[in-house]
Design a binder for this molecule. Structure first.
Ligand SMILES: Nc1ncnc2c1ncn2[C@@H]1O[C@H](COP(=O)(O)OP(=O)(O)OP(=O)(O)O)[C@@H](O)[C@H]1O
Ligand SMILES: C[C@H](N)[C@H](N)CCCCCC(=O)O
Ligand SMILES: [Mg+2]
Length: 218
């Protein structure tokens, strides 16, 4: 089994988009796959279909499996700890780590993805961030960045802190943002500063994850 933690340099940049495309590409080449998002905020129980867990479940070919993909679901579109508090819950990192470790131990698939919530240093609990969860799991990281003006600092900062925890960045995906500068020019700039991990580019139109699957799965 190949397992990756799908992290972002921020929120709303393409973690789920890229994760779903990778799951579909893996399945298209006959591989088995599964996905887990330990906590989701901004989840509308009356309209689950647009949520991260529903999108991941659909990419797995199991559209009704969203509650298994994300067992902890909160309504408010806020950091998970804040969204949970509004519903009377207190999230604890030990519990989130335990959920992920149990889920990983129970997987018998070729590809397993764990998606965080927000960006690398986004809080997941009142005293711990995505990075703390990533450190505990020690999975290779699939790091998703946008292509907006400012992404270079966000990406290079994320790379610094992830590597400072001795985590491996398996691949970086630059997922094209809306209203962003020229994509090729942005990626060329990023490649001048990041020489270790491969950088895969995900344009908004006509992208499938076959190149990403080749990099990660072959
Ligand atoms: N390369 C892309 N092409 C087309 N749409 C994209 C691309 N990247 C992101 N999007 C769109 O941008 C929106 C945000 O992406 P996504 O939901 O994957 O973000 P996220 O990083 O998973 O956010 P969160 O932190 O909430 O989990 C979605 O509507 C997604 O479809
Ligand atoms: C609701 C949103 N789409 C994400 N799921 C949560 C983003 C939390 C961001 C916290 C922060 O970094 O300020
Ligand atoms: Mg997401």
């Amino acid at each position: 089994m190949k397992a990756f933690f799908v992290a972002g340099t921020g929120t709303d940049l393409g973690k789920t988009h890229v994760g779903c495309a990778l799951l579909e590409a893996a399945r298209a080449r006959g591989l088995s796959a599964d996905a887990f998002k330990p906590v989701v905020s901004g989840f509308d129980p009356e309209a689950p279909e647009t949520s991260d867990p529903a999108r991941l479940a659909a990419a797995l070919g199991r559209p009704n499996a969203w509650s298994e993909v994300s067992p902890r679901r909160y309504r408010a579109p806020l950091a998970p700890n804040l969204a949970a508090r509004l519903e009377g819950d207190v999230l604890r990192m030990d519990d989130l780590v335990g959920d992920c470790r149990a889920w990983l131990a129970g997987r018998n698939v070729d590809l397993a993805l764990v998606e965080g919530a927000g960006g690398v240093m986004s809080p997941m609990t009142d005293d711990a961030t995505n990075l703390d969860l990533m450190s505990a799991l020690a999975l290779p990281v699939l790091l998703v960045a946008g292509s907006y003006l400012g992404t270079a600092s966000h990406l290079l900062t994320a790379l610094e802190v992830v590597r400072a925890r001795r985590l491996t960045v398996a691949t970086i995906v630059v997922s094209e943002s809306l209203d962003a500068p020229d994509l090729d020019q942005t990626v060329e700039m990023l490649r001048a500063f990041e020489r270790q991990a491969p950088i895969v580019v995900a344009p908004r139109k006509g992208w499938d994850a076959s190149e990403l699957a080749n990099v990660l799965l072959s």
